[in-house]
Design a protein around this ligand. Structure first.
Ligand SMILES: Cc1ncc(C[n+]2csc(CCOP(=O)(O)OP(=O)(O)O)c2C)c(N)n1
Ligand SMILES: [Mg+2]
Length: 561
């Protein structure tokens, strides 16, 4: 007997489709443009939690963080026009970070489209360059098909964001349509002849370096890769803000290839005779602005493994390009037979350089921020998650912290400010059992600091460290180098950040001396509430390696001043 399908409105069909694909968390800010979706989410609230945020920028970062943590598409709901524009920052972040993300955005009804009705935007044009796919669902009975397409596209090859626009009349209309099964990801695998070629190239190498990065990894694939690289004693480096892809404590970890790279590691990348790059697309931040490898043909023998075929040969012509999923590639590596003796000293030297670089270095002022980071590195549980946004404050974290496991780092490779707090809130909601820290600059924090209210609302006790130097320090640094003593557009007048935390009902502390940090941190954790610790650092301490006054003096000298 044929089963009669129930009739559902578009919002309900959509909510059910998300549940069918295994979705557990979604983020957003409501709008009158998608009331049927809110209604559909009401029915599935026990399976799919809709986290309400204070601004779509924060919500979009949360959706990105959730996509990074789970490997499944993060979900974002925003209203038309202003919601769509506010939410774009996390979509761009997901695009650059290769994070799977699906954005659902309200759209004016088909009865008034193309009149520039209230908040009407052509999303295909607006979001085209920021996404892998933009579409509009015009018929409710096709929602399951579009949602399935979106899950597959967001996770395929190089993962990334997709956007589905939801015309209002479509959402209110009813249809009788079946749900689909959960999506399945397909991955390419390396051909046996690729692996034979890799074996030949590695056997001929004396100074190999493995470089990990990009999106679409799994914990299991990285564990398998680690077993292989560790057994062979191959030096492993991580790409910009992918430092948690390899346990930094291991004897063959060589450091991160990103902004503020250890100059010795940069030299080592240049000196390597073979680069085995897995997952990383070799963007500007990971190539020292395209100087560590020559474009388009690097001097080093480049083996480039990427899940997205279109990334191979996009900038660099690899000696051996391999289009493969990372689990498939890591599995195939185990079959290679190699003698590790040749590069033993090379790996040992790389490690020694990393350890020297990683040790905290003194800076001006009573608060030795590098030491706090090194202390956190041993104090925090191994699975603690550390989220950060962009600014010079992050360079100490990148340099002095040792990441220990995959997705303990949440940080935008797009260099987008304001990421830390929302990412931490999303991480704490997704993993209430784990310790979650956000590290923000004073400029960075107030870009999305309103999401501290979301942490309160969802009882997500994160600890936020606000590194306060009273300025947009990164820009000031560049400014003093190019235009010394002409401070323009980089000064900040800040609130009392501890009082800010308390105003929301959270825990607040202010720390000005190194010794006061540990007890303040313990009190913040013990409070069980979302907490902010303001770290007042000396504004002259502009990077882990130099001071603002030294940069200014060097610039004046160059100018003969
Ligand atoms: C959304 C966004 N806006 C602007 C910038 C440019 N920018 C990069 S770092 C920076 C200053 C960061 O200031 P702060 O958070 O106080 O950190 P600091 O550099 O002082 O440690 C700015 C404005 C950016 N990367 N992202
Ligand atoms: Mg600052």
């Amino acid at each position: 007997m044929k089963h009669e399908l129930a009739t559902r409105h578009g919002g309900k069909i959509l909510a059910d489709a998300l549940v069918a694909h295994g979705a557990r968390l979604a983020f957003g800010v409501p709008g009158e443009s998608f009331l049927p979706v809110l209604d559909g989410l009401y029915d599935v609230r026990d399976k799919l939690r809709f986290v309400i945020c204070r601004q779509e920028g924060g919500a979009s970062y949360m959706a990105d963080a959730c996509g990074k943590l789970t490997g499944e598409p993060g979900l974002l709901f925003v209203t038309r026009g202003p919601g769509a524009t506010n939410g774009s920052v996390g979509v761009h972040t997901a695009f650059q970070d290769s994070t799977p993300l699906i954005v659902f955005v309200g759209q004016v009804g088909n009865d008034m489209v193309e009149r520039e009705a209230l908040q009407e935007i052509d999303y295909r044009r607006m979001y085209g360059p920021l996404t892998k796919w933009v579409a509009q669902i015009d018929r409710a009975e096709r929602i399951p098909e579009y949602v399935s397409h979106a899950f597959h596209t967001a996770t395929a090859g190089r993962p990334g964001p997709v956007l589905l626009a939801l015309p209002e009349d479509m959402l209110f209309s009813e249809a009788a349509v079946a749900d689909t099964p959960r999506y399945r990801r397909a991955s390419a695998a390396p051909a046996p002849r690729d692996m034979a070629e890799l074996q030949r190239l590695l056997a001929a190498a004396a100074r190999p370096l493995v470089l990990l990065g990009g999106g679409g990894w799994t914990k299991e694939a990285l564990a398998q890769l680690r077993a292989w690289a560790e057994a062979l004693g191959l030096p492993v480096a991580c790409a910009f803000r992918c430092q948690d892809y390899y346990d930094n404590r291991l004897a063959n970890y060589a450091g991160d290839v990103g902004i503020g790279i250890n100059p010795k590691l940069a030299q080592r990348v240049k000196d390597a005779d073979l680069l085995l790059v897995i997952g990383e697309r070799l963007g500007e931040m990971t190539t020292g602005a395209y100087t560590l490898l020559d474009v388009p043909v690097p001097k080093q023998t480049l083996v480039h493994v990427h899940a997205g075929a279109e990334e191979l040969g996009r900038v660099y012509q690899a000696a051996l390009p391999i289009n493969s999923g990372y689990a498939q590639f890591a599995e195939a590596l185990a079959q290679l037979k190699l003698d590790s003796a040749k590069w033993r000293d090379w790996t040992r030297a790389a490690r020694a350089e990393y350890e020297a670089w990683n040790a905290p270095q003194p800076m001006p002022g009573a608060l030795q921020y590098a030491e706090l980071i090194a202390w956190l590195s041993t104090r925090l549980p191994e699975d603690a998650i550390i989220a950060n946004g962009a600014g010079n404050f992050a360079s100490w974290l990148h340099r002095n912290f040792r990441y220990k496991g995959y997705r303990t780092q949440l940080a935008p490779t797009s260099g987008s400010m304001g990421y830390g707090v929302p990412a931490a809130v999303a991480a704490k909601i997704a993993h209430p059992e784990r310790t979650v820290i956000a590290i923000s600059g004073d400029g960075d924090f107030l870009m999305t600091g309103q999401e501290f209210a979301t942490a309160m609302q969802y009882r997500a006790p994160i600890v936020v460290l606000v590194v306060n130097n009273g300025m947009y320090g990164t820009i000031r640094m560049h400014q003093e180098r190019e235009y010394p003593e002409r401070v323009s557009g980089t000064e900040l007048a800040n609130p009392d950040f501890a009082a800010y935390a308390r105003a929301f009902g959270g825990h607040g502390e202010t720390v000005e001396r190194t010794a006061d940090f540990a007890p303040a941190f313990e009190r913040a954790l013990a409070s069980g509430k979302p907490a902010i610790i303001e770290l007042r650092i000396d504004p002259d301490a502009i990077t882990p390696s130099t001071t603002l006054s030294a940069i200014r003096a060097a610039a004046l000298k160059r100018r003969g001043g």
